[in-house]
Design a protein. Structure first.
Length: 241
C-alpha cells in the first residue's frame, strides 16, 4: 500500500464516504475522507493526494466552488459526483476543471474504472519543487533557487547544493511555514508512503538538512522539533525579488 495512489473523498454523506473508502482500500488504493470543504482543506494542507472525488451538493462551500478553486491551483485531478439528472452541474464542472463526473447513485465498479482512467491520463512528471517551481524564495537568512536547487545565505557568495531528498523536504516545509507536520505527513508529502513505527528516515533527513541551514544544528531555530507533534518551519517565507 505504500506506493498506492492516495484518493481523497469529499462528501457530506457519511454512508457514501465510508462505503467508497472501504471499496477503494479493498481494491489497492489508499483513501482518506472529508465531510466538507473545510475538512478537505485541512487534509490537503498536510497530505498529498493523487485524485479527489468531490460531491457537488455539500453544506457550506459547494463542490463547484471547490472545484474551481482547486483547479486554478492544479492541486490534483478531480472526479465530480453529481445528482442524477443534473446535467448543468456536470457541464459546469467540466468547464471549470473537473476531469470527469459520475452521477449518483453510482456503481462502485464504475467509480473505480473512472478513477483508474483519470490516473492513467494524469501520469506525467511532477516538478520536484511542487508549487515553488521556478521561484526564488527567502526564509530566515537564506534564499532558495528552486530551479538550480541551491541555497545562498545573505551576504555570502558561496552556494550550498542540496540532494534531491533534502531539496524535496525543504520545499515541503517552505510551502507550509509554521505548520506542525508529523513524520507520517512528511513521509507522505516527500515520498508518498506511510511511516512505520520504527521508520526514522525523516529524522535522518531533517538532521542532514539542519546541518546545512542551521547556525547551530544542535540548537535548531529554523526547523524546530515539536514535542509529540513532529517538525515545523519556524520562520516566514516570501518570494525573492
Amino acid at each position: 500500500m505504500q506506493d498506492a495512489p492516495h484518493i481523497l473523498i469529499v462528501d457530506d454523506h457519511r454512508e457514501i464516504r465510508d462505503a467508497v473508502t472501504r471499496y477503494l482500500e479493498k481494491n489497492g488504493f489508499r483513501a482518506t475522507a472529508a465531510r466538507d470543504a473545510a475538512e478537505m482543506d485541512a487534509k490537503l494542507a498536510t497530505g498529498r493526494f493523487d485524485l479527489i472525488v468531490l460531491d457537488v451538493m455539500m453544506p457550506g462551500e459547494d463542490g463547484l466552488s471547490v472545484c474551481r478553486r482547486l483547479s486554478a491551483k492544479g492541486v490534483a485531478p478531480i472526479l465530480m459526483l453529481t445528482a442524477l439528472g443534473e446535467e448543468t452541474d456536470r457541464i459546469i464542472g467540466l468547464e471549470i476543471g473537473a476531469d470527469d463526473y459520475l452521477p449518483k447513485p453510482f456503481n462502485p465498479r464504475e467509480l473505480l474504472a473512472r478513477i483508474k482512467a483519470i490516473l492513467r491520463r494524469a501520469r506525467r512528471p511532477e516538478p520536484v519543487a511542487g508549487g515553488l517551481s521556478g521561484r526564488k524564495v527567502r526564509f530566515a537568512d537564506w534564499v532558495l533557487d528552486t530551479d538550480r536547487r541551491v541555497l545562498r545565505r545573505d551576504g555570502a557568495q558561496e552556494e550550498v547544493a542540496l540532494t534531491t531528498a533534502e531539496f524535496k523536504l525543504l520545499t515541503v516545509f517552505l510551502e507550509r511555514p509554521r505548520f506542525v507536520l508529523s513524520r507520517d505527513q512528511l513521509l507522505d508529502l516527500t515520498a508518498g508512503r506511510e511511516a512505520h513505527v520504527f521508520d526514522r528516515a525523516i529524522d535522518n533527513q531533517v538532521s542532514r538538512l539542519r546541518r546545512k541551514i542551521e547556525r547551530d544544528p544542535s540548537r535548531p531555530e529554523i526547523i524546530t522539533t515539536v514535542r509529540g507533534g513532529g517538525y515545523s518551519l519556524n520562520t516566514d517565507v516570501r518570494d525573492e525579488p
